[in-house]
Unconditional design. Sequence first.
Length: 260
Amino acid sequence: MAPTVAIYYDRDQLRLNSFFLHDLVSAGRSFGARVIPVVGPEELRGIRLDDLDAMLVRSRSLRQRIWLARRISHVVNSPLIALLGNDKLAQYLWCKKHGFATPELYPLSTTPSSLWVAKPRFGHGGQGVRRIQGRRWHQGGAMMVVQQFVVGANCDHRHYVVGTTVVATVERKAVDDFRSNLSLGATVNHVVPDERERDLVRTVVERLGAGYYGVDTVSGPHGPIVMEIEDLVGARSLYQLGFSNHASRVMKWLCESYVA
């Protein structure tokens, strides 16, 4: 009997990733799976969750992820990865708990008088991120956090994780900005990380578990540090670099690992 896998996308996330959804569906079907694309909560309500072997969720809602994980045997990514990938304060606390080097980060109530970066706590894509000096954080609003500015952080490495394997590392370099987000015009190149960076990412993956996510690192004064964990909704950097088999790799892992 063919396994049944649903791929859920929020409409907002699908807007820039429709090609990725198309490739995921095609790849899953090539492996013999019955693949159901689901877009938005309206279509989700029409799906019999009991019929699913697994669901790949590409949405930002933690509440929805928890709800689905209670009803489907295998939900990717897990609620933990969804939390860390969408809440910068939770991510910082998790990194500190597990001993990973990461820039200091605070809620808006406390900030030393030096150069910091203010960013939306639940933001993505570099939107609303700006450098600030000292107490100017008061301009930000209640949902902002401030993060220690890392010299050289205009260039970072995104490590793409499929299952528990880093399948590619991409260098993202800002152009006329300090933010290295592709959506803000950063350039991308395929790179091979050094041994210290590989060891750091491997340990992060061991703590997080299997999924489809990104681990962003930058070079700190004493070695590589974790900048962000990303609950990925697409793979635009990899497509731009010609990784045309990426969706196939994701679905092969999903079907082999989570589908009986």
